[in-house]
Design a protein around this ligand. Structure first.
Ligand code: FAD
Length: 452
């Protein structure tokens, strides 16, 4: 069997691994239009903050490692067309423009997404950057150490924008974050958390300009960006802009080949099968089932791309594995605070078309007699359906790492557990690690009281 995989990021990498495991005799051709395989944008922050020194180490696999496993790796190779009936691909060598046609029996697409570029005057000025992939990682790292870059504007306060803002603030730059939402991290956390994080950012020399967007970028005679004009009419200095205002699927070339939705997302079933037989798709160019609602939506996470990649590989010769519904679980830090969230938040409920109720609790991570240097306040919010009592989401934050609790809530959502299941669930106690009642128990018990 000849299997072609297009795209070498999270989804493509996992698909190749899955095919190697499930079909050891398959011929695997792995196509990547860039000159590097399997760069992890997730690791970019660690590189920008100097924790990881070598940009090339921020990857899952090298070409020699994959070739040793028998994979034919084709870098600088853009797949530009597919003939589904003839099982043929057109591959263009991006260095010399030459194209060739090759065959496949099964095809897995993990073409991902590209950063959204704001369509505003001045958008083509120098020093307007994105944050995705190895090339941008190298450029951003170089910008961090340039003394003439003093003022940095980050457009968008999702997790990528926050990673950019923190990295440049730690590099000694004055950072301004602009966001159309009234709060930072608007799809990840409710205001109980974002208010604390907003104060933390301000204390670290990061200005927040919320409920506004960019109207225009101003440049100098050398076409370098020098200022940002806001939709509020205000203007501020900027030597560098990092746009992290969303992504768009890299699927224009697939129109008419596989079915796409109105946003250009590749339509797949729960086995990652596209509208064409023998063509599968995974990752940020596809939607995934959101467990709290059972509806499909874009949740652009590497964790999802990898799950889908594994499913696609398993389903090449039949319906063997459905992709599990997910809850958009993610974790991040904002300077000293570490947080994680999953499922529905108050702030996202309306848009998702669900009615939820929630309880917010604070506690210490370990019993109060444990000295402050080993202890910290924990903030936790549990969200549930007030009619069915089913758990719909949760958020946690502390200066100590309590984020793993969110994995338990993600499983609770997937299994449709109720607040009653969680209220007295068996969680460990040891004073060095936790309290006799884990904060998930505490919140679920409070939810029971509120509901009864
Ligand atoms: P992409 O990563 O978009 O990669 C697609 C690949 O396909 C690219 O290499 C591209 O060059 C190639 N390609 C596209 N079209 C073609 C073609 N026609 N021919 C050949 N090659 C092609 N997720 C998490 O779960 N946790 C995190 O901590 C996290 N942190 C992140 C931090 C940052 C800064 C960013 C940008 C993202 C982060 N993500 C994180 C999200 C995660 O990186 C994405 O969800 C994931 O990369 C999606 O993988 P993918 O395979 O769908 O596509």
């Amino acid at each position: 069997m000849k299997v072609a995989v297009v795209g070498s990021s999270h989804g493509g990498y996992e698909a190749v691994r899955g095919v190697l495991q499930q079909f050891p005799d398959a011929q695997i051709d792995w196509y990547e239009k860039g000159d590097f395989i399997s760069f992890l944008s997730c690791g970019m922050e660690l590189y920008l903050q100097g924790v990881v020194k070598d940009v090339n180490s921020v990857s899952y696999a090298t070409i020699p490692e994959m070739e040793d496993k028998g994979v034919h790796v084709h870098i600088n190779s853009e797949v530009t067309n597919i003939d589904p009936a003839g099982h043929k691909l057109t591959v263009v060598d991006v260095q010399n423009g030459e194209s060739q046609t090759t065959s496949y029996d099964k095809l897995i697409l993990s073409v991902g997404a590209v950063p959204f570029q704001l369509p505003v005057p001045g958008k083509d000025l120098q020093n307007i950057y994105a944050m995705r992939g190895r090339d941008w990682a190298i450029k951003l790292r170089a910008a961090e150490v340039k003394p003439d870059i003093k003022n940095v504007t980050v457009v968008g306060s999702g997790y990528i924008g926050i990673e950019a803002a923190e990295s440049f603030a730690k590099a000694g730059k004055h950072v301004t974050i602009v966001d159309t939402n009234p709060t930072i991290l608007g799809t990840y956390l409710d205001t109980e958390f974002t208010e604390i994080l907003a104060e933390e950012l301000k204390a670290k020399n990061v200005d927040l300009r919320l409920s506004q967007s960019v109207k225009e970028y101003i440049g100098n005679a050398d076409d370098q960006v020098t200022a940002v004009v806001s939709t509020t009419g205000e203007t501020w200095d900027a030597d560098l802009v990092i746009e992290t205002a969303g992504i768009r699927p890299a699927t224009k070339w697939l129109a008419g080949i596989v079915d796409l939705d109105d946003h250009g997302m590749i339509k797949t079933d729960e086995y990652q099968q596209t509208s064409q037989p023998d063509i599968f798709a995974v990752g940020d160019a596809t939607e995934i089932e959101f467990a709290p609602t059972g509806k499909k939506q874009l949740i652009a996470l590497a964790s999802n791309a990898r799950r889908q990649g594994r499913s696609a590989a398993a389903n090449l010769t039949g319906h063997n594995r459905k992709t599990t519904a997910v809850s958009g679980s993610s974790a991040l830090h904002v300077f000293d605070y570490k947080f994680a969230s999953t499922g529905v938040k108050d702030v996202t409920a309306d848009k998702l078309g669900v009615t939820v109720d929630s309880v917010f609790v604070t506690d210490t991570k370990v019993p109060p007699f444990v000295p402050a240097e080993y202890n910290a306040e924990v903030f936790f919010k549990l969200t549930y359906d007030p009619k069915t009592r089913v758990v719909m989401g949760a958020q946690i934050m502390s200066k100590l790492d309590t984020t793993a609790n969110i994995n338990a809530i993600s499983l609770a959502i997937q299994q449709h557990l109720t607040v009653d299941d969680l209220a007295y669930a068996d969680f460990f106690f040891q004073p060095g690690f936790d309290r006799p009642w884990n904060i998930m128990n505490v919140a679920a018990q409070k939810a029971e009281q509120k509901l009864d």
